[in-house]
Design a protein around this ligand. Sequence first.
Ligand SMILES: Cc1cc2nc3c(=O)[nH]c(=O)nc-3n(C[C@H](O)[C@H](O)[C@H](O)COP(=O)(O)OP(=O)(O)OC[C@H]3O[C@@H](n4cnc5c(N)ncnc54)[C@H](O)[C@@H]3O)c2cc1C
Length: 396
Amino acid sequence: MKAYDVVLAGGGLVGAALAVGLARNGRRVAVLEAAERSANLQPSYDDRTLVINAASLNILAGLGLLPDELARMPVRNIRISRAGGFGRLDLHAADYQRERFGAVIVARELGNVMLAALEKMDLITQLCPARLETFSIEGDQVRIRLGDGNQLQTRLLVGSDGTGSMVRQIAAIASQRYDYRQSAMIFNVQAETAPRDTAWERFTPSGPLALLPQPANRLGVVWIDRSQAIDQAMEWNDATLLTRLHARLPRGVGELSRPGRRARYPLVRQQTSHPVAERVAVVGNAANSVHPVSAQGFNLGLRDVAALIETLAGHDDPGAAPVLADYAAARRLDHAETVRYTDTLARAFTNPSLLARFGTGLGLAAHAASPALGRRLVHAAMGFRDPVTRLARGLG
Ligand SMILES: Cc1cc2nc3c(=O)[nH]c(=O)nc-3n(C[C@H](O)[C@H](O)[C@H](O)COP(=O)(O)OP(=O)(O)OC[C@H]3O[C@@H](n4cnc5c(N)ncnc54)[C@H](O)[C@@H]3O)c2cc1C
């Protein structure tokens, strides 16, 4: 039976980044990925436009996964507003002594960079398509059985297998799930006059809408609404889509045209307060899936990656209980706060009570008026919540 230091179940964006980081630290790693290894078929590497915050850009760069052309769309301004309500918040990176808040990266392009890195590294074995079916703990080893009957062994099994994680379920790691009954529809559009380095977030009574800068004067649209409404919107013709999109937007975005292909994602919150069990850890969406309202999901997963790489460094046995306990302790606050903050935003801005709407409008205005509050919010949203890893600081 083949043996590895670490086996990762799931080679999506988070699993692939972790494999690269562990191999750079000298670990022998196997990555099991259930979906075919073509970036066109891999569900993690699709047309999603990801806002990658400053801490995550440092992590990707530290792992050698950020070629210059990937992060060519910086976000220097964020404009947050609410349809028909009080309050508007304009954030400028320069006010926080930053060149940019982060950058927009298309998941497919990042996926291609990651696949190339996985293939180059001798310490990484990719098994694909290969599905983890079950596992058991035997002494200081995890014995893993794959869907095709093959077996592997390792001292640490990491579940990077997404929201429905089998690893999490088999290891009986407790987690809570909440269905927002909302879906996100994504597509991109041509924009002639919208500022190139600005991300727009617009809150409407039925859900938020984000516009994110993309190369070649395109904007990535993330349109969130009740699932039934998104089902209908997926069927609209392009003219209707553009008319409805303009009706939702604030002034200043300008004329939008030529909408691209649409994709739809149902939205759930999955929260895990203790992401480890005997010789097992879960990371990324397998640990915590959050509403995309504040663009935090992958960023949170990358901070898992950085923390796990740094916690394991220098330990002979990567699956030893004290090492995994240190990892869980290092991630507790960031997990709890990021899930809470994202969930509050997702619910607050769609609360149907007039009073609550009034309150959130004032809340936005208060953020704008209180620099200290604004700074705290921005610092956390940029991924610098304590304890900050060396990789996230740019020292990796
Ligand atoms: C519309 C939308 C917009 C978003 N925008 C942002 C954003 O701007 N910024 C941000 O930070 N985040 C964003 N996110 C969140 C981000 O996309 C996710 O957090 C991230 O992609 C999760 O990656 P992952 O690798 O943890 O999980 P996944 O992408 O789900 O990957 C899991 C992988 O595991 C594989 N797998 C599953 N089961 C098994 C098994 N048993 N054996 C082997 N392999 C298995 C799957 O095939 C898959 O490849 C957004 C999400 C959505 C839906």
